[in-house]
Ligand binder design. Structure first.
Ligand code: NAI
Length: 281
């Protein structure tokens, strides 16, 4: 039986650790040729090195798969172009992009430095934008459609204390996913996002992860969902946000309530206060 991603060329960013590494191993097992991007920094975005990406590539090859390493940062246009170039130089095309690279620099808004704001926005929001833009331009030239899977977070979709920088970036990725889905439809490029929860180096010391094992909430649970969205099985899905928490898979949706409409005139603040229960129902 043909494998799910047989012959597809997939770029996976941040694939040297955590969820991205699981994606890379899973996609390669399913027949994809994988560009394993990772700049090899710590979880706050400090340092860099090639070992993380090299290790993922070595593990894919040891299992009989096909992969090439790339060490560029997603956070700059030059880095995104370099990642695309790795795919084109080695495999001559790109069919799938998984935007997964990420860092955390948690601070409350009152205590946030400009640097902690900018670095997190650069890696997540601009990184997703730059990689999507570079790859979508290439997919347009190729003319054969494609799949983009972004990575958002409940922090951006619902909100989380102390993550004003990260949540804003992840909320922006939600918006980018919705807009790119509309803009790329005529190119037959679908754009969806996963919103994972998993025990990784990024989350292992959070109070909510205390006592939780990777057997129940490991990064390996996210990859089949990403592979589904990256495959021909999901040709009719775009602009969707799929939550994955261990064995639970669900959909996030932005809702508009029915609201209340006046027959004439304008609302006064006092009336809005009085009718708030109906407006928000
Ligand atoms: P991780 O820290 O284990 O892995 C992230 C990888 O991205 C690292 O290997 C790192 O070197 C790489 N990376 C960081 N900045 C990069 C850059 N500028 N260019 C290229 N690579 C870069 O983290 P984890 O948990 O695997 O996170 C993966 C994605 O999932 C992130 O986007 C994260 O925000 C998101 N996410 C994770 C959640 C979780 O519960 N673990 C929850 C919600 C979202």
């Amino acid at each position: 039986m043909a494998k799910l991603l047989e012959g597809k060329v997939a770029i996976i960013t941040g694939a040297g650790a955590g969820i991205g590494r699981e994606h890379a191993l899973y996609f390669a097992r399913e027949g994809a040729k994988v560009v394993v991007n990772d700049l090899g920094g710590d979880r706050h975005g400090g340092g860099r090195g090639g070992e993380a990406a090299d290790k993922t590539v070595a593990d894919i090859k040891a299992a009989g798969g096909e992969a090439v390493a790339n060490y560029d940062s997603v956070a700059t246009r030059e880095g995104a172009d370099g990642i695309l170039w790795s795919a084109l130089a080695k495999y001559g095309r790109v069919d799938i992009l998984v935007n997964n690279a990420g860092i955390l620099r948690d601070r409350t808004i009152v205590n946030m430095s400009d640097q902690d704001l900018n670095v997190v926005l650069d890696v997540h929001l601009k990184g997703t934008f730059f990689c999507m833009q570079a790859v979508a331009r290439q997919m347009k030239v190729q003319g054969a459609g494609g799949r983009i899977v972004n990575t958002t977070s409940l922090s951006g979709l619902i909100g989380n204390f102390g993550q004003g920088n990260y949540g804003a970036a992840k909320g922006g990725i939600y918006s980018l996913t919705r807009i790119a889905a509309l803009e790329f439809a005529k190119m037959r490029v679908t754009v969806n996002a996963v919103a994972p929860v998993a025990v990784t180096r990024m989350t292992e010391d959070l109070p909510m992860m205390a006592g939780v094992s990777t057997a129940d909430l490991g990064p390996q649970f996210i990859s089949p969902v990403a592979a589904f969205l990256a495959s021909d099985l999901a040709a009719d899905l775009t602009g969707q946000i799929v939550g994955v928490q261990g064995r639970k898979v669900f959909q996030y949706r932005m809702e508009e309530t029915d609201g209340v409409t006046r027959d004439d005139g304008m609302w006064t603040p006092a009336e809005l206060k009085e009718r708030w229960a109906e407006i928000s129902r």
